[in-house]
Design a protein around this ligand. Sequence first.
Ligand code: ADP
Ligand code: MG
Length: 421
Amino acid sequence: MKFDDYSINPAIKKALDKLDFKKPTDIQFKAIPPILKGEDVLAIAQTGTGKTAAFAIPVLHKLHERKQYAREDGIKCLVMVPTRELAIQITEVFQTLGKHTRVKTFSVFGGVEQGPQIAKLEDGIDILVATPGRMFDLVSQGYIRLERVEILILDEADHMLDLGFIRDIRDLMKFLPRKRQTLFFSATINEHIKDLAYSLVSKPIRIQVSPKDPVAKNVDHSVAYVGMDDKRFFLERVVQENAGSKILVFVRTKVRAERVHEAMKRVGIVTETLHGDKDQKERLTSLNRFKKGDVKVLVATDVSSRGIDIPSVEYVVNYDLPEVPENYVHRVGRTGRGTHKGKSVSFCSPEEKPILDEIEKFLGKPIKVLEIAKDDYSATIDFSSEAKPDVMALMREHEAKLDSMKKAPKVSNANKKKKKK
Ligand code: ADP
Ligand code: MG
C-alpha cells in the first residue's frame, strides 16, 4: 500500500511526496489506522524504522481536519521526549510533515532562556514537544495549560517511564484531561515497563514489529576484544580504515569523551564531543557540525544514544560498552536508519565482559565476534601514529603550546565561567 491510497489529508500527502516517502514502513502501516481511530497504542519497533512519522502523520491529519472548520485554542497534543536534541528533531518532523497544514508545532526544553519560549507559547500552538524539566517549570508558572490536551505521546517510552522520569510523568498526568488518547513508542521495552504503561491507559492496542531481534536488521554489529588501554589504537584504526565515513563513538563518561578527543587529536584525527557537561549551544553546534559532515567523528555519551536521526552515520563504535543493556540497541541504532545500512563494533575489555554478558542476555543471542589475530593486534598498536610521532605533529604541538602561552589568562578564565552554565 502506498501513502497515495491513504485517506489522509492532501496537505500531508504533499509533504510526504516532497520527502519522497512513498510507502509506509511496517510500523507506520500498523500504527496509523488505530491512531486515526482514536485508540491508545503501545508500539514497539526497531530503531530507524520511522516511528516519528508513524505518530506524526495521523496526529497532524486529525488536528488539521478539525482546524479547517474552527480555530480552537490550546495545546492539543503533547509529545514528551528525553533530550533537548530529540525535542528539536521531532519538532522538525512535525513541522516538515505539517508544512501545508494549519497545525503549529513548537518545542520547549531546558538549557536555554525561557523568555522566547514563553512568547512563542502565547502565539498559540497545537502540538508541543517537550522535555519534562522545562515543561514543568512552565506549567507551574502558568505559561503552559494542558487542559485541552487530547493526545499524549511518549517517545522513547520505556525511558520516559523509567526511574529518572516516571515521577515527572505521573505528575504530568494530573494536569491532563482524563479522557485522552495515549501513545507509547519505543524500540525497547521490558515487562515491568509494559505493565506500567498499561496501568496508565485503557485497553491499548499493542503493536510489535520484529520483536525477536531488537537490533535493526540494517545494522551489521560485532564485538572485538580489546584491552582497555589499547582502545584508542583500535579507534584510530577504525577511523583510518573508514576515512570519509561518519563515525559515532560512544563512551561511558563525559571525562572519557574529552580524553578520547585528546587522544585522537594527538594522532591527527579531528573529533567533536557531545555530553551533558556542555551547554546547550555547544551541544547543538557539535551535533550540527557532525550532521553537516564538517567533522567526521563525534564522541558522545548516552545523552545522544536515543532517537537522534542522522541519516548518513555509517559506523557506530562502542568505545566503552553501555552499562544499561538496552542502550546497546539504541546506540547501534544510530546507524542503519531508514533504508540505509550501517556497521557497528564494540570494544570489550576483559573487565567489561560481565557487561557484555548482560547485553547478550538482553538481545537473546550472542553478538558476532570480530576475531583479531595476535599479529594484527600488535600491528594495530605499532602502526599508530602515536607510537611513531612524526616531526610535523611534534611541531604542531609545539606551536599550539606557544600559542596558548601567548593568550592572556583572563580570556581563558572567562571561557571557563561561560562553559559552566
Ligand atoms: P525511529 O524513531 O523508528 O528510530 P525515525 O522516525 O527517526 O526512526 O526515522 C528514521 C529515518 O527513516 C528518518 O530519516 C526518516 O526520514 C526515514 N523515514 C521514515 N518514514 C519513512 C518512509 N515511509 N519512507 C522512507 N523513509 C522514511
Ligand atoms: Mg524515534
